[in-house]
Design a protein around this ligand. Structure first.
Ligand code: SF4
Length: 280
């Protein structure tokens, strides 16, 4: 058993809340920069230029990429040979979020009660997805999620007979209806299978993949390529002002499901697709 003090988890979460809000992941930055060379619309190219300039300024001056610094969403893999000491695991994560948002001057966007709408004042609680895995390490991914794009994410319980075409039509409809709201160019995560709640998590996890990778299953890799082309043919463009760069990536992930169902989910992230990973 390897002992790990929860303070190390708190510190890592604190640091990553700040740095993920200041720095765009390199692969996302590179893809957005490359898109400037392929975008056909002049206004689209101008917007991409400004998005890149904004990311550069945020990095240089250590300020958030966007005013919406998001709901802290964490994907944690906890090795089953790790023995956590010094306190409660979830408290440590939330303390990291609290300190990170305070010290990084990040907007506090979380309301305690979704109906009464009183702000918690420290951006807690986080949304934590925890998996117990083999080994003696802890992998933490912090992904601040802005709600301009979160509000445009969709879920649908399709029929098995709807098949791949049904899923693709649903994805295109979701992106088309989202229009300019999720601050395109967007990153699209598609989840297929599982149950109602599993498919949403699967789609969300897909957003953590590298912009340039493709699904190891050839038919899903083809589906990703096809969906990207179809989305970019919609003409929504950067910030919805027209153009071909509506999405920079589409990632599809699947999970086994029930004989009677075909759940599908579309998780949309904006051009400020932020996430950072650390292994303790
Ligand atoms: S959708 Fe993204 S870029 Fe747009 S306001 Fe929200 S966090 Fe910022």
């Amino acid at each position: 058993m390897r002992e790990l003090h929860v303070k190390e988890i708190e510190n890592a979460v604190r640091e990553m809340c700040i740095s993920s809000n200041y720095n765009l992941p390199e692969d996302v930055y590179k893809k957005l920069s490359e898109s400037k060379n392929t975008e056909e619309s002049e206004i689209g190219r101008d917007i991409l230029e400004n998005i890149i300039k904004n990311a550069d300024l945020a990095k240089e001056n250590r300020v958030p990429i966007c005013q919406d610094t998001g709901m802290a969403t964490l994907f944690i893999e906890l090795g089953q040979e790790v023995f956590l000491t010094g306190g409660d695991f979830e408290d440590a994560v939330n303390e990291g979020v609290r300190k990170g948002y305070e010290e990084g001057y990040l907007r506090k966007s979380i309301v305690r009660d979704p109906l009464l709408r009183d702000n918690t004042g420290d951006n807690t609680p986080a949304v934590i997805h925890l998996k117990i895995v083999p080994g003696d390490r802890v992998k933490i991914v912090v992904a601040p999620k802005g709600f301009g794009s979160e509000n445009m994410s969709r879920i649908k319980m399709l029929k098995p007979s709807d098949g791949m075409k049904g899923v693709e039509d649903f994805v295109i409809q979701a992106v088309s209806e989202a229009g300019p709201n999720p601050c395109p160019p967007i990153f699209v995560g598609v989840g297929i299978g599982g149950t109602f709640e599993k498919v949403a998590e699967t789609a969300k996890r897909a957003l953590l993949r590298n912009v340039d990778d493709c699904n190891p299953d050839p038919s899903l890799a083809e589906m990703e390529k096809r969906l990207l082309l179809k989305i970019n043919d919609l003409g929504i463009g950067p910030q919805g002002l027209g153009g071909r760069t509506t999405a920079i990536a589409v990632k599809v992930e699947t999970y086994p499901t029930h004989i009677a169902g075909l759940p599908a989910a579309v998780a949309i992230n904006c051009h400020a697709t932020r996430h950072e990973e650390r292994i303790l």
